[in-house]
Every structure is written in C-alpha cells, then in structure tokens.
Design a protein around this ligand. Sequence first.
Ligand code: NDP
Ligand code: MG
Length: 376
Amino acid sequence: MKKIALIGSTGSVGRQVLEVVRNNSGFRIVSLTAHVNAGLLKKQIAEFNPQVACLTGGGSFSPVSGEKLYFGENFALEAVTDDADVVFVAVTGFAGLKVVLRAIEKGKTVALANKEALVCGGELVMNLAAAKGVEIIPVDSEHSALWQALNFRKSGYKKLILTASGGPFRTANLREMRHFSAKDALKHPNWKMGRKITVDCATMLNKGFEVIEAHRLFNAPTDKIEVVVHPQSIIHSMVEFEDNSIIAQMSYPNMAQPIQTALTYPEKLPTPLPSLDLIKLGKLEFFPLDHKKFPCFDIALNSLKSGDNFPCAMNAASEVAVNAFLGGKIAFTSIAEVIAEVLSETERIFPDLEGLEHTDAVSRVRAAEVIKKFSE
Ligand code: NDP
Ligand code: MG
C-alpha cells in the first residue's frame, strides 16, 4: 500500500490523482490540502479518510471523519506527514516550492506537477534532492514522456524534444493577438487544466517553463532541449539518442497516464484511456514555434540565462499578470509586457529560500504597479 500526501487535491491535477486512487487498490491518501475550496475538500475528506487535511487560503470547519485539521497559509507543510511514502505536489504557483522543499527535507519521494517549484527554485530543489537522495518524479506530461522514453532514467539522451500543442492561438495572426479575451485564452484545444496553466499555454509561457523544468529535472543544457509544435498532442515528447534514433511517448492527451505512471512506475497498469486509433488519427504534424507571436517563451528562457532569482521574478510577474488578464484589466499581449518590465527592474539576489520569497513578494508588488500604469 503506497501512502500519498496530496497537496492541492481540489485542483485539476489533484482531482485526477484522486481518480487514479479510486481506480487502483494499491494507494491510500494520508493527507489532503486545498486553498479556498472548503466544500470540495470536505467531500474528499469524507471519501478518502485522510489523517490530516489543510485549508490554506482562509476559512475553517469542524472535522469530517476524525482527521486532524489545519487552517492558514503555512499549514500545507503539515500535510507532509511522517508516514507518507509519496508527496504529490499538485498546487499551482510559487506556493508549491516550500512544500517541495519540506518533502525533500523529510526524505519523501516527490511526484511533481507543480513546475513552478523548479522554475523558481530549480537549483535549490535539485541540490537538496541530490543531497538527501530523494527522487523527483515528473508528472507534467512532457517530462513524464521524456522519463518514460528514457526507461525511467534521467540521463543517456542526446537531445530532449518537447512537444507543444501551440494552444488556442496557434493559427492566429500577430495583429489579432492583442484582442483575445480571457474566454478565448481559456479554450485550450486539447487539454482541460487549471486557469493559470491554460493561459500560459495560450502565451506559450508554459513551454518556456517546461524548458526550464526539463533543464532542471534532466540536468540538460538548454541547447540540448528542442521545442516543436505538434497540434494533435498525441506525442507527449521525444528523446533523441546518440545514434540519431528517436523514442516518442504517445497516447491521447489525458493526465491520468502520467499521474498513474508517477505512482506505479516501473509498472504500467491499465487506465481508463482508450487505445490510440492510429488510422483514425491519420497524421501527426510538426511546426516551428513562432517566437514573434509568443514572446513569453523567449522571456522565460532569457530569465533562465540571467540566472539566480530572475526565473522566480518572471514567475511572480506572470502570476499577477495572468490574474489581471483573467480579470479583464490588461490585454492578452500585455502579459508579456508586464513580465518583461518586472524583469528589467529585478535586482539580483542569491536564490536561497529567503531570497526567492523576497523576490516573489517584491515582483508581485512591482507587477501590480506596472499593471496599474497600463490600465490608466
Ligand atoms: P488548479 O488551479 O486547477 O488547482 C490548483 C490547486 O492548488 C487547488 O487545489 C487549489 O486549491 C490549490 N492552490 C491554489 N493556490 C494555492 C496557494 N496559494 N496555496 C496553496 N494551495 C493553492 O491547477 P492545476 O491542477 O491545473 O495545476 C496544478 C499544477 O500542476 C500547476 O503547477 C500546473 O502548472 C501543473 N500542471 C497541470 C496540468 C493539468 O493538466 N492541469 C498539467 C501539467 C502540469 P483551491 O481549489 O481551494 O483553490
Ligand atoms: Mg505540460
């Protein structure tokens, strides 16, 4: 029986983790956390009987099934319980970093959906994981695909090829981009996900995040990571080897596969996913990424080149800018402008946890000021 601490159980990934647990007898949930969705958290507690549950964004309630309850911002850390075998980090945003670090400090295997932990604090996380001998298991579909193609190793490749669907605006022209609304950006052609990552797919910031994530997880220099637009989202990513052969991992786009693999590897167990109908699919296409139309991609990569706390500032600015866009305060194309402006004023700070928390806080304030200036 594998005991899972699930951080962010009410989100898109979190709910799919629970679906995998429902469909397999080998897992038990030992803790659950949500930010504001107390209603769903209570239902999940009643169904899964965890020992611990936390609500981090305000509000409180009485125990549902004898669990220990924690309320308040830092209490997601209480969900990293001593008896958990795996800490599944499915929260969105910078909030994931501290939980990931706590899990590693406690020597727990981490199943990582929260890419922001690696974008903001990649060096810190990977160094601590190496020092503690802790495994970071990729959950993001592209990184899971690379890891599966590498036969559950993180080395032995010549090149890592990340696929990108291209998002809802793949075929739009440059002039149209400014006028897309939140509703347009939230219509992802292939995946149903949380709002932040869905908008990040529309700007292609997500693919920039994923290059950083691959760089950290697979210790890959960025010139060994290539991105190709593949609108069908059937190939989730590919590994090229020294003999120039490529292994691709394919399935219909559905997070059940990478989530379950993270929990069962090296075994592959049945999922509710249908077999791929290759004849019906007919063709798989590949295109280059349009850097002009999607400036967020280069902004993310340049923040990695700047190093230290710059990717963390980039992430904080993106969280604030995407919120402002979703709230109708700024145009779609201003997301990139806000992030670039915040980065242009970012001061270099040593990226330990304190430095990153400071960077995150300062960059959020600065992003809000830039947004205010834009909307005047
Ligand atoms: P959602 O927005 O759907 O869910 C986020 C979860 O985190 C919810 O449980 C939410 O609680 C909780 N949460 C939100 N803010 C905070 C906070 N400040 N502190 C603590 N908990 C918080 O996101 P997704 O499930 O889509 O994404 C989760 C992570 O996985 C992200 O890092 C994303 O990039 C990554 N990912 C997602 C994929 C997907 O298919 N969705 C695919 C690949 C990666 P509440 O519901 O109460 O607000
Ligand atoms: Mg992905």
